[in-house]
Each structure stands twice: as structure tokens, then as C-alpha cells.
Design a protein around this ligand. Structure first.
Ligand code: KIV
Ligand code: ZN
Length: 529
């Protein structure tokens, strides 16, 4: 029994109430309004805006959300206490569709230790509090806290009492995330069979994720007759959280062949909602989170990337666009194959000859082995550097730099000069100076350093350093700039210096071999900065 037909599932979002109960997820008044407006726009049916008795701030937020909501029903939570119910009624009264959501514990353990009340006393409380709420608003939801650890017999009596008192929605929560799918489905089937007036209310599931089963349990509950699912954006909520709204919505949408339900949620707004809730709650979304995690539509393995390039459906069951997530990303990493790399190069506007491609691919794999994330900028830097150095006659073979606070900084450098390896060890005033002195020791030249600049191409401590070096040839007056990128700043510095030097030399006299240093390398090496 729902307003929208038997297969329509009402989405009840409790991000602003149960979600906000996550330790550390407190939101400001303005943030709550922003989240509520987005939820309303995306087609959430019921927004539980807060717990009005909890604080003046909660009351004000619920009340403002109630005034602003365009379509959604606005619910305020209340314990089975007269003052709570009055306060909740007051907070939601300006909503187009106001709801009071009142709850009481029903399980033996809660009755004994938390409530210290008998089953009969709780039945009386249910009748009295639901009646009070129903006198304030037409739409009353009653919840049996810890329902899944309550006997079906007693739970049925409670539900009967709540419906008789006027509850229009009956929520049977898996408060401690203890249930499993078959069990929760059977619980709903049995309670609905036991209660004579069950068809007078919409049954609702509210599942916690302590065993990672919140979404599965919610969908199983739908199989048991539930037509309202309570959930939160990003699965935010007490302890391990609640069922994730985005997962419920997309499971129903993607598997409509076996889940014959609909929801009114505009799935293309899911990513936006996830980002907003993550930002205002300061709860990061785990990278591999279903639907909204940053890796949800990212593929790194060569086999997967190859499949995706041939047909997206090989490894994607829904499109990123369907959840508002932009486009599929083929993450370039050590598992990426040639197919993905050539596609990425084309995307970045490069057309390389077969040899240049093979060379770039080998160097890309080498970089991916050393670096966790290979971004587009890394690939550009890698290819650009190669293009710039294709004609170089001096290349770096190896570099070892000793830096730090103890002892003098030194560099041991081996260069390939016209096919001949030359090695030198130099000291310097810092690692960069030691490195440049080493180059000078192997290739004596008159050029002076006019610019030295380092910046990180991408984020993170393993980012590629991109170094620019400008050298001025004092003899001819011309300058040349060399750029190089490498996760090692010293290696990038040496390569950039050599690139500039190569350019100057090519400009000066193409074809003239570099002269090996005349002087004793050891003596040169000891030359200070
Ligand atoms: O988990 C729970 O039982 C609740 C109720 C207040 C509905 O959040
Ligand atoms: Zn809860």
C-alpha cells in the first residue's frame, strides 16, 4: 500500500538524523539545509531532518527544512515521550507533508536493561504515544527499536497496537545490524500475516551495517513486503552506518529484471549528493565504495582496460553517467597494457611512431613500477621529455646523490657521452649543486645557470618532479631551457640540465663531438661550489 503503486519503494533518507549521529559527523545549520534541499530535488520521498528534542539547533534545522521542502515529506524523530512528540510536531508543522516518527524499544534485552519496563507497559506506551502524535499530524511513523531481536509474536502485538492508534508507517529496524536477508524477509512476512490491519500501514526497513548486510537486508525486506527503505547517503550512520541510499537506488535500477521495484530518486544526482555529504560531514568516501567511490568506474588491469575499450559492458554493469559520475576512467598504472596506453596517448594528442611508442611504453611501465598513480600529466611529461631528447648526445646513465645534514653532499654521476660512459664523483653546496658540479666535471662548459625551477607535476609525495633549467651560453649569448620529469627530483634536475646543455651544443655546432674533460676528473670533483 503506497501512494505510487505496490512496486514503488519509498526512499526515506535519514542522513540528517541517523547519519549525523555518526561520531564526528555533526553538520551545521546551513549544511543541513543544503543537504536537505539536494535530497528534495533528487526525489527522496521522506527526509528525516533531525531529532528536534535533542537541541535547539536540531529543532531549528528541522523547522527550517520543513518550511523549505518543496515535495518531500519532512520527518522529525521523537522518543515515546510526550515532550519529544510535542517538540517534533512543532518542528515539522510548516512542512507541506509533515511526519512524526516515534520509536520505542521492543526486544527483551532493551526492555530489561534500557527501558526497565514490562511488555504490557510498552504496549500501553505505544498506544498512548502514537495517539498523541496522530493528534498532531496525519502522517505518523512508529518504529520498534531492536525489532530484529524481538520475538515475532510480541512484535506483532506492538505493530497491531501502533496501527490501531493510527500509525501510517511501521518501521521494524535492524538496529544492531544483526539480521541476515532470509531472516529479515521472514520477519516482515510473518508480522504482516499476524496483524489484522497490516494493510493499513506502509512497512519500512531500517537496517544497520554492522555485518555489512544493510543493503542486502533492506532488499530482502522489500521481498517481505516492505515498501519504504530507510537509508543514508554514503551509508553514513551509527557505528558501521545505515544502508547506503545510492546502493539501494542503483541495485533496484540496475537489476530491475529481478527486483521489480521503482524509486523516485534521480540517480544522476547521486554523485553530487555523495560529495556534498562527504564534505559537510568530513567523512571521506572509501575509494572502492560501490556507486560513489572514486574507483567505482576506474579500471586499471590491462585485461579490463582492453575489454572496456572494445565494449564498455564487458566490465561495467552501469554507466558512470547514470549516477552523475562523469566518465569511466582508465587508470594508467603498472597493470595497463598497450591498448590502453595507445588510447591514452591519442586522447592526449600524441601520435608516435612504432619505435617511439615502444620506447614510451617501456618508460611508462618503469614509471608505473615506481609511482603509485600515473596521471595524464605524468604521461605528457614522459613523452615530452623523450621528444626533446631524441637527438641528445649526452645522456644520463646513473646518478647517486648523498644529501642530509651530516657530512658534505655529493653526487656520483655516470653520463653517456657519444656512446662512451664517463663517471665522476663531486661534492657541492647541497645535492643540486653537487649534481650540477658533476655534470660540469664531465662536460666542461661556459654556460651559466640562469634559472632552476622545480614543481610537482601531480599530487602526493610520490609525484613526479618537473624541473626546468635555463642555461646561458656566455660565449654566444644564447640561452636554452631544458625540462625533465622524474619521481626523483635530483634525477629530474640532472636530466633537465643535460637537456638544456644538449640544446645549446646542438645550436652551437651540430655534429661536433663533446670533448671529454682534459683535466683530472678527481681534481675537478674536489672543486667546490
Ligand atoms: O536504528 C534504529 O533503530 C533507529 C530508530 C530510531 C529508528 O535509528
Ligand atoms: Zn538507526
Amino acid at each position: 500500500m503506497t501512494a505510487k503503486g505496490k512496486d514503488h519503494i519509498l526512499i526515506f533518507d535519514t542522513t540528517l538524523r541517523d547519519g549525523e549521529q555518526s561520531p564526528g559527523a555533526t553538520m551545521t545549520f546551513e549544511e543541513k539545509i543544503e543537504v536537505a534541499e539536494l535530497l528534495d530535488d533528487m526525489g527522496v520521498d521522506i527526509i528525516e531532518a533531525g531529532f528536534p528534542i535533542a537541541s535547539q539547533g536540531d529543532f531549528d534545522a528541522v523547522s527550517e527544512i520543513a518550511r523549505r521542502a518543496k515535495k518531500a515529506t519532512i520527518a522529525g524523530l521523537a522518543r515515546a515521550i510526550s515532550g519529544d512528540i510535542a517538540r517534533a510536531g512543532d518542528a515539522v508543522k510548516h512542512a507541506v507533508n509533515p511526519r512524526i516518527h516515534t520509536f520505542v524499544s521492543t526486544s527483551p534485552i532493551h526492555l530489561e536493561f534500557q527501558m526497565r519496563k514490562s511488555e504490557e507497559e510498552v504496549l500501553e506506551i505505544i498506544a498512548a504515544t502514537v495517539t498523541q502524535a496522530r493528534n498532531l499530524v496525519e502522517d505518523v511513523e512508529w518504529s520498534a527499536m531492536d525489532a530484529t531481536r524481538t520475538s515475532v509474536e510480541y512484535l506483532s502485538k506492538c505493530v497491531d497496537a501502533a496501527i490501531k492508534a493510527g500509525a501510517t508507517t511501521i518501521n521494524l529496524p535492524d538496529t544492531v545490524g544483526y539480521s541476515v536477508p532470509n531472516e529479515i524477509r521472514d520477519m516482515f512476512i510473518k508480522v504482516r500475516e499476524n496483524v489484522a490491519n497490516a494493510d493499513k500501514a506502509v512497512f519500512s526497513a531500517h537496517c544497520h551495517n554492522d555485518l555489512g548486510l544493510a543493503v542486502a537486508n533492506s532488499l530482502a525486506a522489500a521481498d517481505g513486503g516492505v515498501r519504504q527503505i530507510e537509508c543514508t547517503i554514503n551509508g553514513l550512520g551509527e557505528r558501521a552506518g545505515n544502508a547506503a541510499l545510492e546502493e539501494i537506488v542503483m541495485a533496484i535500477k540496475t537489476r530491475s529484471d529481478v527486483l521489480s521495484y521503482t524509486t523516485g530518486v534521480d540517480a544522476t544526482m547521486l554523485t553530487r549528493a555523495s560529495k556534498l555529504v562527504s564534505a559537510v560531514s568530513s567523512f571521506p568516501v572509501q575509494y572502492n565504495k560501490a556507486i560513489v567511490g572514486r574507483n567505482a568506474f576506474a579500471h586499471e588491469s590491462g585485461i579490463h582496460q582492453d575489454g572496456m575499450l572494445k565494449n564498455q559492458e564487458t566490465f561495467e554493469i552501469m554507466t558512470p553517467q547514470s549516477v552523475g559520475a562523469g566518465k569511466t576512467s582508465l587508470v594508467m598504472g603498472k597493470h595497463s597494457g598497450r591498448h590502453a596506453f595507445v588510447t591514452k596517448l591519442e586522447e592526449l594528442g600524441y601520435k608516435l611512431s612504432d619505435n617511439a611508442f615502444e620506447d614510451a611504453f617501456v618508460r611508462f611501465k618503469d614509471l608505473a613500477d615506481r609511482k603509485k598513480h600515473v596521471y595524464d600529466e605524468d604521461i605528457e611529461a614522459l613523452v615530452d621529455e623523450k621528444i626533446a631528447t631524441a637527438e641528445d648526445r649526452v645522456r644520463m646513465v646513473s646518478l647517486t646523490v648523498i644529501a642530509g645534514t651530516v657530512g658534505q653532499q655529493s653526487a656520483t654521476l655516470t653520463l653517456d657521452v657519444d656512446g662512451e660512459h664517463k663517471t665522476v664523483q663531486t661534492i657541492g653546496n647541497g645535492p643540486v649543486d653537487a649534481t650540477f658540479n658533476a655534470i660540469h666535471a664531465i662536460i666542461p662548459h661556459d654556460a651559466t645557470l640562469a634559472l632552476y625551477q622545480v614543481h610537482a607535476v601531480t599530487e602526493g609525495t610520490d609525484a613526479q618532479a618537473e624541473v626546468s633549467v635555463r642555461l646561458k651560453d656566455e660565449e654566444t649569448g644564447s640561452s636554452a631551457t631544458g625540462r625533465a620529469a622524474d619521481p626523483d627530483t635530483m634525477a629530474a634536475s640532472a636530466k633537465a640540465y643535460l637537456s638544456a646543455l644538449n640544446k645549446l651544443e646542438v645550436r652551437k655546432q651540430r655534429g661536433r663531438a663533446f670533448s671529454a674533460p682534459e683535466q683530472d676528473l678527481d681534481r675537478e670533483a674536489r672543486r667546490g661550489p
